[in-house]
Design a protein around this ligand. Structure first.
Ligand SMILES: Cc1ncc(COP(=O)(O)O)c(C=O)c1O
Length: 394
């Protein structure tokens, strides 16, 4: 078993007296990982010339290969970038520049899709004359088949790209992504998977999944510093993809690595340190318990279910997604009331960081609880007690 009280010391929350129940939004970096990042920043600022013309290339390559191994992706097609938003923008802007979208074409997104990412699709549709087809998905969700069927039924012979979440944000639902990708492949529709929440919440095998594009974050459930993500590109698209910021890699004559890796490996002078401590992040999980990240992940899935059960028992709220579609975060639809005030009171008066998405779904607010290594059963008991006390007052 994971020793959760011992794990808590590796995050800054105990000193702050904060109960942190929203790992899902921005992750949270363990102190040893942050220290490793700061050591690299120290080197960068001590001598920028030596650092950026020296260890930079090796660090980029080693960390990139590490994430390719963790996600079981083809290392020749996996690049590091700042996060899933950048990954989605990269794919859309490259496809647009390649002339992939024509007037009347359709881009399939879903009503559960992350707003920032759906906006990218909307903008590219507007620029190219393509049409957005937004599949209306249900919430609460009955089962995975319901999601798969609705998405598949929305494809037409004009669909040029489908952007599908692996794990949706507000609903905290793990989609049947392998089935959805297989359906799209059978219909000849390229798929961009938004896997922002996946690494560290579900096991990944991107080679077996074989989506056209899969983007994800290292700074959420994997606990890397903010600004670390990846994009895995299927071989058929590697000639077409360009980083949002083009730099020297574009015409670098060096025979190795590939042009794709050279273009994504340097996108201007900046602080890449978040992407350079990904091996240290894995090593940190190995110190927490045997089995490292995968064992911690399994423990977190169990804890968040315990937490959800406490909320159900104490408040009578219903879970919105079947267990088979839940990972390390779980959402509830909340009763009417001033959810913004509640969120503020939990933070300011009770020192609890929760994710309450005000009017997050059809004018109903959503409470999403998370579990990571630093959380304890008592955190959810305190949250339930606080909700019970506060709800009648809002
Ligand atoms: C489903 C989903 N996609 C994309 C993102 C964007 O991630 P980032 O802001 O780290 O790029 C998020 C962030 O919460 C998300 O939940």
């Amino acid at each position: 078993m994971l020793d959760r009280s011992a794990a808590l010391q590796f995050w800054p929350f105990a000193e702050q007296g904060v109960i942190y129940l929203n790992h899902g939004s921005f992750g949270a970096v363990p102190k040893p990982v942050h220290a490793a990042q700061q050591a690299l920043q120290q080197q960068l600022y001590a001598n920028p010339m030596d650092f950026l013309t020296g260890p930079h290339t090796e660090l980029m390559s080693a960390n990139r290969l590490h994430i390719a191994a963790l996600t079981q992706a083809d290392p020749q097609g996996l690049v590091l970038l700042s996060g899933a938003t950048e990954g989605v923008n990269t794919v859309f802007s490259s496809l647009q520049a390649h002339g992939h979208f024509k007037p009347g074409d359709e881009i399939l997104i879903t009503s559960h899709g992350y707003n920032a990412c759906n906006n990218v699709a909307r903008e590219v549709a507007q620029r190219t004359g393509a049409k957005i087809v937004e599949v209306q998905l249900p919430f609460p969700i009955e089962d995975a088949a319901q999601i798969r069927t609705l998405i598949s039924a929305a494809v037409t012979d004009k669909t040029k790209l489908a952007m599908i979440d692996h794990i949706s944000s507000i609903q905290a639902a793990i989609y049947p992504i392998a089935d959805i990708v297989a359906d799209m492949k059978a219909k000849g529709v390229p798929v961009l998977v938004d896997g922002a929440h996946a690494l560290g919440q579900v096991p990944l095998n991107l080679t077996a999944l074989d989506a056209d594009f899969y983007t994800g974050n290292c700074h959420k459930w994997f606990c890397a510093p903010v600004g670390a993500g990846f994009l895995s590109i299927a071989p058929r698209w590697r000639e077409v993809m360009r980083p949002l910021i083009l730099s020297h890699g574009y015409n670098d004559p060096a025979p190795q690595p590939s042009r794709l890796l050279k273009m994504f490996g340097w996108t201007g002078t900046k602080d890449y340190s978040a992407q350079f401590v990904l091996r240290e992040t894995s090593a940190f999980f190995d110190t927490l318990m045997p089995g490292g990240l995968e064992s911690v992940r399994i423990n977190n899935c169990a804890l968040v279910r315990e937490g959800a059960q406490i909320i159900e028992d104490e408040l009578g709220w219903q879970r919105t997604v079947p267990d088979s579609m839940s990972g390390t975060m779980i959402s509830f639809l909340m009763p009417p009331g001033d959810a913004a005030l509640l969120k503020q009171r939990l933070r300011q008066e009770l020192n609890m960081v929760t994710q309450i998405i005000v009017n997050g779904w059809n004018n109903q607010s959503v409470l999403r609880i998370s579990a990571h290594a630093y959380n304890q059963r008592g955190d959810y008991e305190k949250l339930a007690a606080a909700l019970k006390q506060q709800l009648p007052q809002i």
